[in-house]
Each structure stands twice: as C-alpha cells, then as structure tokens.
Design a protein around this ligand. Structure first.
Ligand code: ADP
Length: 640
C-alpha cells in the first residue's frame, strides 16, 4: 500500500497561495521547472568532466519538452543530476530556502491587496507547477540504476507519495496534468512563446517534441511513430553574443535568472576581452535591494557564475569578487583556466586576479557614467547600496578616491545630497591653486549634528558642511583624509580659520584674551585636567555658550565611540573647551572671578559649562549625579 506524506506546514501554505494565485502569474511555472532542469544539467556536465563513463555514447545534455494534448500533460525531461528516494522527500516535500517566511508574508499581503502581482517576482520553484496542474509526477533515476527509479506524485491537497517506478537512464522527468483553466498551455505555440520569453538563455538546448496532429486512423496505422525534437531556445550563451545583438528585454530577463531580483537593474556591463587573458563577461549592477539577501552581511553567498569552456564550474565563485562588490550579479567565462580548477586554485590564480582587477575598474567607471547619465536612478542605487560602497573605501586604499567620488552626502547648504565633486565646485576661493577644504561634521543623527554650535560660523560665512551621520563615516573621513586637491576637516577641529582676520579683530581678540586669561586658566584647572587640553574664547559660536573642539591629532568623539563599541583601546581623549565671551553667562563667570576667585558659584559654573559642552557633542558625562545637582542649583535660582 502506498504511504501518503504530508507537506510541511510552510510548504502547505505556499501551495495554498500559489494554487489560488491570479491567472497572469501562472505562466512562470515553465521558467521554474526548466530552471531546475538546467541546474541539474549544469551539475551533470561538471561531473562528466572527471567521469568519462558518465555520458553514454552520443549522449548530449538537453531538456526535452513534450505536450500530450489527449492526456492533457506537459512533460519536461532532463538528463541532469538525479534525485534519490530521500532527495525526492527532502527536496520536494519541504522548503529549505531562506526567505520563505518573508515570501509567504509578502504573498499574503499581495493577495489582500489584489492589484499587486507579486508571484512573478519570486523564484517560487518547483511548486509553481501546481498553479497550472491538478497533479504532478516527478520520476528520477540515476545512470547506474538500471530502469529502477523513484516517482513522487501529488495533487498537492492530499500530500504526496513516493514509490518505485521505471525510467530509462539518468535524469528527471516532470509530468504535469494541466488543469481545466489552463488548457491553453497545451498549445505548441504557447509553450514556445513561454520558453522564448523566460528561458531563452538557460544554456542547455530545450528540445520541443513535434506535435502529434494525426487523426485516429493514422495513429492506429503507426502507433509507435517516432517524433522529432526541435531546438527552440537560444543556446549561444547571452554573454557570448555581441552586445549589439542582445535586446534590452533579453538582458533584463537574464538578469532575473542570475540575480533572483525581479526589478530592473541599474545597468549592465557586457564585454569580451581578448589578450593575455581572454574572457567574456556579463555583469549587472542592481538598482534595488534583493529582499532575500541582506546586503550588509558579508558572509552571504555571492560571486559570479564561473564557466570554463562552456561548463559551469562554480555557481558562486566568491574568490573572484572583492567582498564589497557582493551586490553585483555576474557571469564570467574563460577558456584560459583548466576545467578541473578548484576553489583553492581560484584563490591564487594570476589569470583570475587580472579579471578581478579589470572588473573592479569597470564597475567604478560604469557607476560614474550612470551618475551622470541617469542621476535619479543612480541616487536610488546609492540609497540602497551606500553602506557597501563605504565599506569599499575602507578596504581599498588604492581606489579610495575613485570610490569616494561615487558617494553623495547631505549638507547644510543643499536640499539634495551632493557628491564631493559638487562640494568642491561650490567652494569659492579667490585663488584656484589654493588647497581647498571640505568641511564635515559627524554625529549619530541629523538633528544631533544640526545642533552643533560650530555650524553658526559656517552658516554665517555661507560655507557648506557635510552632515555625516552614518556610523561608518568617521572611519571613512579618517581613511580618506584628503580628496583630490582638498583636505577633509571636521568643523570641530581646533585650527579652523574661515575668514581672514583684520588688524582690528586681532587687536580685539588679544584684548579679550588678556582680560579672560586667568579665568580660562582657572577653568582648565577646575575641570578635569586630563579631559581638557586648553580653554579658549570663541566669539563665533552663535547663540551657544560653549562647545568642545578636538585638537589636531586627537580622535574625534564619534570615532572614539565607535572604537570603544568595537572593543578597541582608546587612549583618554582631550578636548578644547571654548567659551563664548559674547554671552551673559560667560560674563557672569568673569564677574564672579573678579569678585571671589574661590567662589563655589564660579567653580559650579565652570563645571556646568564643561558638562553642557560634552552633552552638546553627545558625549558621555563623567558624573551624571553631579551634573543633575548643578542643574538643580541653577534651576533653584542660584543665578538671578
Ligand atoms: P530551488 O530550485 O530554488 O532549490 P525548487 O523548489 O525549485 O527550489 O527545487 C527544490 C530542489 O529540488 C532543487 O534544489 C533540486 O535539488 C531539486 N530538483 C528540482 N528539480 C530537479 C531536477 N529536474 N533534477 C534534479 N533535481 C531537481
């Protein structure tokens, strides 16, 4: 007696959703089944390189399509790698794919919101057969097992069965009993159309069996007539064709098959290189994030499909791709590598190194091109992938400037994000040969950085400042340090001169410095000496009373926080405390200083100033209780 197995709960849910999906989604079933067959053939082709007995004489790898109108079936047969009894259970009874949960959720949402048509945007895999079939039979056999095969059957509603069956030779046969609603699929032209649309470039010949259009009498006369098969897809791989002979839709359709991203890519790079190393390559840069892959995770599967002499050697040749290029989808084919190349050999292979280097340059130049050609799409791309680009700067010292050129940033003067080049163009200096400065401020949010007292003087002078609020930005500016002919400088650095000072200004400054000198000295000694390098006056702080600066050569507060979070040792950092002499509270300090140098009020004011300045740069207070007490004192009318 046959034993019926239940599908996993998750699989059941998917099947339920698929079988009730709207009509326009259904045609993708063929793409899914053919893609599985093509994967199986790719694996078998690789095996046949080392095992000379794998192929029987005259055998060619192919996928066969057979429509039987009378029985209402479509059968797809391949001679690829097979499934054992266990594998039939494991592969077709469960869903092991990551992201399935998200998929089911999205699908459910789409159903509720029926104008969406989401199924076509996923690789739903084998189960999509049930969108068009009442039941499905999968028979699989290995090459050395005689005719003994195993058959998986299911009508999806009552679970599935696996039993012994007969099938000649290696491979898998998938027979779909097409349901009433989809009888149109049993037309020869329809299937040809679907193959052209979705599976033209699978890389294995898809052979369509001639239809049996004979009348009953003729059939009786010759019941065992042999029918011919005709190749109906393009078997010259897309990357081997000249770029002018591939249509835009074909590029886009192929992108789906190698990226599992169903959005349009930003662009593609298709090239054929002849020389010391010859290779053909087709690479896509995405526009949107792939919902099944977390782009921030460098441990995910990535890397090109590597073909050597028409054989798919590796699906994810990680070794060929710098980790920060993990967002691209890529196929590369070369005849300059041995067929039996292993992962170890890939890691240290001069041929591949050359390909890798050339590729990195190509990606950079293509992105630059896109930033000019399609600025809106490019901005979208950056919104989705800036994290990886910044990581890239960190890893690639040699290329850091070219990569920085690709990024964009918020700034105080511009409503849209701007590139570093645009910043430089907007900079006005009298002498062109002057080394320019790109000013920035780092912090953890826009509201935080916009609250900085140091922005006042930049606003006043109409000098733009980049607002760097990503956690990695402090690293980036430190790694870059310079960009083209400009220095990068934090606005909290202690050596910023925004305008030339007049003699009058200088004099006034000196006088003020003299007047406040002793107060500043005392302030420094009252606050923790190890925290403060010096105390200075700054009358360009706008309405702020005081603020902290980072002396040149010291790590800025954002970087300090980041290093601490990463468990790296950070030597105790000193700051420069600046007091605004134009402010009433600072004048009050000076008055108090003159009246009673040992006054408690004075020392409280100094500590209060320092703590507030620390808070302004979102630093951590050394002694919160003391600060609360000080605040309470002031609130209680300590200063009237
Ligand atoms: P996916 O192809 O994304 O893994 P599917 O649900 O389409 O998901 O298929 C599940 C698995 O079943 C495949 O990973 C593969 O191992 C196996 N399989 C499906 N079709 C075939 C086939 N024609 N030949 C060999 N194995 C197959």
């Amino acid at each position: 007696m046959k034993k019926t197995h239940n599908f996993e709960a998750e699989t059941g849910r998917i099947l339920e959703l698929l079988t009730h999906s709207i009509y326009s989604n259904k045609e993708i079933f063929l793409r899914e089944i053919i893609s599985n067959s093509s994967d199986a053939v790719d694996k078998a082709r690789l095996k046949s390189i080392t095992d000379t007995t794998f192929l029987k004489e005259g055998e060619k790898f192919e996928i066969k399509l057979d429509i039987d109108k009378e029985k209402g079936t479509i059968t797809i047969t391949d001679n690829g790698i097979w499934m054992t009894e266990d594998e039939l259970h494991k592969n077709l009874g469960t869903i092991a794919k990551s992201g399935t949960k998200e998929f089911v959720d999205k699908l459910k949402a789409a159903k509720e919101n029926s104008e969406h048509n989401l199924i076509g945007q996923f690789w739903v895999g084998f189960y999509s057969a049930f969108m068009v079939a009442d039941s499905v039979e999968v028979t699989s056999n290995s090459a050395n097992n005689g005719n003994e095969a195993f058959k998986w059957t299911s009508d999806w509603k009552t679970g599935y069965e696996v039993s012994k069956a007969l099938k000649e030779w290696r491979g898998t046969e998938i027979k779909m009993f097409i349901n009433e609603a989809n009888k149109e699929l049993l037309e020869d032209w329809k299937i040809r159309e679907l193959v052209k649309k979705y599976s033209n470039y699978v890389g294995t010949p898809i052979m369509m069996k001639e239809l049996d259009n004979r009348n009953d009498e003729d059939k009786k006369k010759e019941p065992n007539k042999v029918f011919n098969y005709e190749k109906i897809n393009e078997t010259t791989a897309i990357w081997k064709k000249g770029s002018n002979s591939v249509k835009e839709e074909e590029y886009q359709e192929f992108y789906k098959t190698i990226s599992s991203d169903f959005n349009k890519p930003l662009c593609h790079i298709h090239s054929s290189v002849e020389g010391m190393v010859s290779y053909k390559t087709l690479l896509y840069i995405p526009l949107e994030k792939n919902m099944f892959k977390d782009i921030r995770d460098p441990s995910q599967e990535y890397g090109p499909k590597l073909y050597v002499q028409n054989v798919l050697i590796l699906d994810n040749a990680k070794e060929l791709l710098p980790v920060w290029l993990r967002f691209v989808s890529w196929v590369v084919e070369t005849s300059d590598l041995p067929l039996n190349i292993s992962r170890e050999m890939l890691q240290s292979n001069a041929t591949l190194d050359k390909i890798k280097k050339a590729l990195v340059k190509k990606v950079i130049s293509e992105l630059k091109k896109m930033s000019r050609k399609e600025p809106e799409n490019y901005a979208k791309f950056l919104d989705n992938f800036w994290e990886v680009l910044k990581e890239w700067i960190h890893y690639e010292a040699e290329l850091k400037e070219s990569i920085a050129e690709l990024l964009d940033f918020k700034s105080i003067n511009e409503s849209k994000k701007i590139s570093l080049d645009v910043y430089l163009e907007n900079c006005k200096t009298e002498k062109e040969e002057d080394k320019k400065t790109i000013y920035y401020i780092t912090g953890k949010s826009q509201s935080e950085v916009l609250a900085s007292p140091y922005l006042a003087q930049f606003r006043e002078n109409k000098v733009d400042v980049l607002l760097l609020t990503d956690h990695i930005d402090s690293f980036i500016v430190q790694t870059l340090n310079e960009y083209k002919w400009a220095n990068l400088k934090s606005i909290t650095a202690d050596d910023i001169e925004l305008w030339e000072t007049t003699e009058e200004d200088k004099k006034e400054k000196e006088e003020k410095a003299k007047e406040f000198k002793d107060l500043l000295e005392l302030t420094k000694n009252t606050i923790w000496a190890e925290k403060i390098e010096k105390v200075e006056l700054n009358d360009k702080l706008g309405s702020a009373l005081w603020a902290l600066k980072t002396p040149t050569g010291w790590v800025d507060p954002q970087m300090e926080k980041m290093m601490k979070a990463m468990g790296q040792p950070v030597p105790s950092q000193k700051r420069v405390l600046e007091l605004n002499p134009k402010n009433a509270l600072v004048s009050a300090m000076q008055k108090e200083f003159k009246a009673d140098i040992k006054s408690e009020k004075l020392s409280d004011l100094m500590k209060y100033a320092y703590n507030q300045a620390v808070l302004l740069e979102w630093g951590e207070l050394e002694n919160i209780a003391e600060f609360v007490e000080l605040t309470n004192k002031f609130a209680g009318g300590y200063i009237k």
